[in-house]
Design a protein around this ligand. Structure first.
Ligand SMILES: *Cc1c(COP(=O)(O)O)cnc(C)c1O
Length: 243
């Protein structure tokens, strides 16, 4: 274990947690209602292990195959693994078997396959529906930047909410890259509006979780109600390029 790396990560982890606590207090929220997901995508297993040693207990990965290699080495018992990237439906089995959370559920087809593989594995997977609240700049997620689009979500979300092996817990979004945290605020506000709408329309499902905010804008996300923030670079440092 690289002890220097562990202490670097620990310092940044604690700094991030302090910022989350400050943002939560400033918005009158309980900091314990915000879960910090440390995004370890493209980092080697040794760095992920250093992060765990430093105290990370929720880890976020984007690429199913890469993640499964790491999960098989590290295990599923000490940490919770969060899938936060776009998943092709043919890779649904990897997510169903190896992840504790699925943030980026963006189609009925993927939901159906996840549900089936979870049934095979005897698991119930907590899922978040990915919505796009920022229009053309974002590739994935159900279109939801205009309230006129919301009624069209209802039918598909009802079908997903009825799947026995998936547990709908809320929403996730990835706004366009921002240089300044404040640029993301309108998108986070819009997320809360979508959440309120769905809670009224589909009260049988739980819409309580909001996964939003990355290294640049997680404090603003917490001010606007995030319950899961996904922070990579600010804790792990610069990402090695993939491949
Ligand atoms: C990479 C990634 C993050 C983390 O981004 P940082 O800027 O490194 O904090 C969060 N969410 C998603 C969906 C990502 O792909």
């Amino acid at each position: 274990m690289d002890e220097n790396l562990v202490s670097e990560i620990r310092a940044r982890l604690e700094d991030t947690q302090e910022k989350i606590a400050r943002a939560a207090h400033s918005a009158g929220r309980d900091p314990s209602a915000v879960r910090l997901v440390v995004v370890t995508k493209t980092h080697p297993v040794a760095s992920v292990q250093a992060a765990i040693q430093a105290g990370a207990c929720n880890l976020g990965e984007n690429y199913a195959e890469e993640a499964v290699l790491k999960i098989n080495q590290i295990g599923m018992s000490d940490v919770e693994w969060h899938m936060i990237g776009h998943v092709q439906s043919r890779k649904a089995d990897l997510v169903a078997k190896h992840f504790d959370w699925m943030h980026s559920l963006d189609s009925l087809k993927l939901a159906g396959r996840l549900d089936r593989f979870c049934a095979d594995a005897g698991r119930i997977l907590p899922v978040l529906l990915e919505v796009n609240v920022s229009s053309e700049d974002s590739k994935f997620g159900y279109p939801a930047w205009d309230s006129n689009q919301w009624p069209a979500l209802r039918d598909e979300f009802l079908q997903i909410a009825a799947m026995p092996n998936l547990r709908v817990c809320g929403l996730m979004t990835m706004p366009p890259f921002a240089d300044l945290a404040e640029e993301s605020r309108p998108f986070f506000v819009q997320m809360r509006r979508v959440q309120e709408y769905l809670a009224k329309q589909i009260p049988a499902a739980d819409w309580g979780q909001l996964s939003m905010g990355t290294s640049v804008d997680f404090t603003v996300a917490v001010e606007e109600g995030a319950t899961l923030v996904r922070v990579g670079t600010a804790i792990m440092g610069q990402r090695p390029t993939r491949g």
